[in-house]
Design a protein around this ligand. Structure first.
Ligand code: ADP
Ligand code: MG
Length: 335
């Protein structure tokens, strides 16, 4: 993931789109359509996987000379900007990060100001813990001006479980004095039918951005449901993880190159090995843990409150906070 961050460089929006989404294997020297297909079939369909191959591996997989393989690999590394950058570049990048308000000040504080662009924020928790409610709140708030906790942008919602509710958007709009119809128009919702569809839809996001849509938030609610249902057998676990991993990397690339926020939700499953504390753990295990920049765990608290816990963050302390889900959205005060 940090490697993905490395490759980011300051470019105009349109150049960024081209950079992240349009480089194909066939753009590399010595790689034609046939070789590209061979590579894709062998699981090296993207530039990054090729960039980290050894010349001898590539030469045997793609049936080309080692010299040509070396050339292709170096070209891929160059395109991905895999060289070192001095740390001021990172600072500059951090300064462009926008934080989208979660509605509750407590939750914002836990998140270091809000849900960040250039990052994946994962919320996991049991049914009813508030994962989708937070998604609704973010879909509204991303549209606000930056000084009001928004990102002046639009939202994409990949809905795998039919949990998107325009009624909730309406109540939240009313509470903030926002135009409901306008707000709704700025949320692009897609019903996701299966995991392949889910992956495909992420590719489609770039088309919307190219058309000029200022997408600043991608919601995937939930990231794991389809994968879990489709790859149910024990023997399929590795395949499932690999597919989720690629999916998450595609999301991360978009987050980085387009300076947008990705919010994903994840269910929990019972962990029979856990004898003390909360006997649940997120689905997807370590793959998700590594791909998500921020990870929060949501659960129900006393008096119908919700408790959010920061589990994993590169720059924030672990901690907990309390918030409430109300008719008008997420807030700190008990309704
Ligand atoms: P999940 O984590 O499964 O996605 P949700 O985000 O859908 O959970 O949260 C559902 C909960 O949100 C409900 O159980 C209810 O407590 C609360 N909730 C949903 N709609 C409203 C509303 N209009 N007013 C108050 N609370 C609500
Ligand atoms: Mg939900």
């Amino acid at each position: 993931m940090t490697k993905e961050k490395d490759k980011e460089k300051e470019e105009t929006e349109t150049e960024k789109v081209k950079d992240s989404a349009e480089i194909k294997l066939t753009d590399l020297p010595g790689i034609g359509a046939t070789t590209a297909t061979k590579l894709e079939d062998a699981g090296y369909g993207d530039l990054m996987s090729l960039a980290v191959m050894t010349p001898s591996d590539l030469s045997s997989v793609a049936d080309m000379t080692e010299a040509s393989a070396r050339k292709a690999i170096f070209a891929a590394r160059k395109m991905l900007h895999l060289e070192f950058e001095d740390a001021t570049v990172y600072l500059k990048k951090r300064e462009t990060v926008i934080k989208i308000s979660a509605g509750s000040k407590n939750l914002n504080a836990l998140l270091g100001g809000g849900v960040e662009t250039r990052a994946i924020t994962e919320a996991y928790g049991a049914f009813g813990s508030g994962k989708s409610q937070l998604a609704h709140q973010l879909a509204v708030n991303v549209q606000l001006p930056i000084e009001k906790g928004g990102a002046n942008g639009k939202a994409i919602w990949l809905d795998t479980e039919s949990t998107f509710r325009p009624e909730r958007i309406k109540s939240m709009c009313q509470a903030q004095g926002l135009d409901f119809q306008k707000t709704l128009k700025n949320i692009f919702v897609a019903r996701v039918f299966n995991s392949d569809h889910q992956i495909l839809l992420v590719d489609k996001v770039i088309d919307l951005i190219k058309k000029g849509e200022p997408i600043k938030l991608i919601i995937v609610d939930s990231i794991t449901a389809h994968f879990r249902a489709e790859f149910a057998g024990r023997g399929q676990l590795a395949d499932r993880q690999q597919k989720i991993n690629k999916h998450l990397h595609a999301l991360m690339r978009l987050a980085e190159s387009q300076n947008l926020a990705v919010y994903i939700t994840n269910q929990v499953m019972a962990d029979p090995a856990m004898m003390f504390g909360d006997p649940t753990r997120p689905i997807g295990g370590h793959i998700l843990a590594h791909a998500s920049t921020y990870r929060i765990y949501l659960r129900r608290g006393k008096k119908n409150s919700r408790i959010a816990k920061m589990i994993d963050s590169p720059n924030l302390p672990e901690g907990e906070c309390v918030f409430f889900i109300t008719e008008t959205g997420l807030q700190d005060e008990e309704p």
